[in-house]
Write a protein that binds this ligand. Structure first.
Ligand SMILES: Cc1cc2nc3c(=O)[nH]c(=O)nc-3n(C[C@H](O)[C@H](O)[C@H](O)COP(=O)(O)O)c2cc1C
Length: 395
């Protein structure tokens, strides 16, 4: 087989992922406005699991009760049963794929353009954030997820505490030790709830890509400290911060996907392929230098199995995050394994999917036939070409 590293198993804690391909978290817009699981949402993940991906990190699920339209929720016990239904349905589609869920606390934003900052939290608010993560983790475990990923990347609360742009002047801001205080408290409380044998990963930014934000100098240290705390994997993402983004038009909430940083999370077609590997590699080295063998995941415009294999064989990462490319073609892993890589319907990095997410619409792929909410099955390249031609003819 051509891609031996890519299709070798890897352990995170006691859990064996059957291959190195991880579908990183991707908001789908397929939950109801109140954050409930829908049949479309189940069908999306079932389709992806069927294609042979080693692990799926189900999209960022909100841990706090504040309104957040169309985001999946894990903010109270009433969601546990339906999340269990989601897990069961994905497992039915492919019992081999390991299933995680990303749990996320967000900063509030308003139509007026107002955006909550870490400095807006009173000291007594912070234990509530910890508690919300613990309760969410409890629900994720009851729902049957194999692992949990703590969201400490992008524009959200824990990332904002970690960021150099955190403007607090108390023990939760300033030096790295202080900026890590809340993320560490969350990690330790969730770990204590989940137990030492439950796989618990963390997603961080390798770079914020804002003037005042975190760079590799800080993120390498953050990763090493998380590895020291016992994180079972570290997923390296980038960008999607708001500090440098132009102000939104009147009466429009701020959009994290604007500005330079906003364009770095899911690199557009004009960025080089494997965009963020140069962030994952030094993070991995730093973690190894610290004496930890914590797997490091990289994501960002890794579009072909050949690229993925190269990253692994050069020791630049241990897990390959494939997000938009798996949306475009969920059979990417299966085609790679069966020597059919040439038949993969390639992601064009057009960010049609991301723009739908920014508009709070249902996320789909520009390569699919018009109106589809999942990729066709089977999905050979010739059908994608035919679909593209029919769209051109219509315009
Ligand atoms: C529509 C969309 C939604 C996303 N939602 C999340 C999310 O909920 N949590 C997260 O950590 N990353 C999210 N991402 C980022 C992806 O997980 C991934 O890191 C990024 O797209 C780069 O990988 P790719 O080039 O393989 O798509 C999202 C990306 C897209 C396009």
């Amino acid at each position: 087989m051509e891609y031996t590293n890519l299709f070798s198993p890897i352990k995170i804690n006691n859990l064996t992922l059957p291959n190195r391909i991880q579908r990183t978290s991707m908001v789908s817009g397929l939950a109801t406005e109140d954050g409930h699981v829908t049949e479309d949402l189940k069908a999306r993940y079932q389709r992806e699991a069927k294609g042979g991906v080693g692990s799926i990190v189900v999209e960022a699920a909100v841990v706090l009760p504040s309104r957040s339209s169309y985001n999946l929720r894990i903010s109270d016990d009433t969601f546990t049963e339906e999340l269990k239904g989601l897990v069961d349905s994905i497992r039915q589609a492919n019992p081999e794929t390991k299933l995680g869920i990303q749990i996320m606390h967000f900063l509030k934003i308003a139509r007026s353009g107002w955006r909550q900052k870490v400095t807006d939290f009173k000291i007594e608010d912070l234990p509530v954030i910890v508690e919300q993560h613990v309760n969410a983790a409890k629900r994720a475990i009851s729902a049957g997820f194999d692992f949990i990923e703590l969201h400490m990347a992008h524009a959200y609360t824990l990332s904002s505490f970690l960021s150099l742009a955190n403007g607090r002047t108390d023990e939760y801001g300033g030096a790295l030790k202080n900026r890590m205080k809340l993320p560490t408290e969350v990690y330790e409380a969730v770990r204590s709830e989940a137990g030492k044998n439950f796989p618990l990963g963390v997603r961080i930014n390798g770079e914020d890509f804002t003037i005042k934000g975190t760079t590799l100098l800080q993120s390498t240290q953050v990763a090493k400290k998380l590895a020291g705390l016992g994180a079972d994997y570290i997923s390296v993402s980038a960008g999607s911060r708001f500090e440098d983004a132009p102000p939104p038009p009147p009466d429009t909430p701020p959009d994290p996907m604007s500005g330079y940083s906003g364009h770095r999370m899911s690199p557009d077609w004009w960025f080089p392929d494997m965009t963020h590997v140069y962030l994952a590699e030094p993070i991995r080295h730093h973690v190894r230098d610290g004496g930890f063998d914590t797997p490091v995941a990289t994501a960002g415009k890794i579009r072909t199995p050949k690229q993925a294999e190269q990253i692994l064989s050069e020791g630049k990462a241990d897990i390959i995050g494939v997000c938009r490319a798996l949306l475009a073609d969920p059979d990417w892993p299966m085609k790679a394994r069966e020597g059919q890589a040439k038949d993969i319907v390639t992601c064009t990095a057009c960010n049609w999917c991301l723009e739908a997410d920014s508009r709070m619409e249902k996320v789909n792929c520009s390569r699919w036939p018009e109106g589809n909410l999942i990729a066709p099955s089977p999905w050979p390249k010739k059908d994608a070409r035919a679909s593209a031609l029919s769209k051109t003819a219509e315009t």
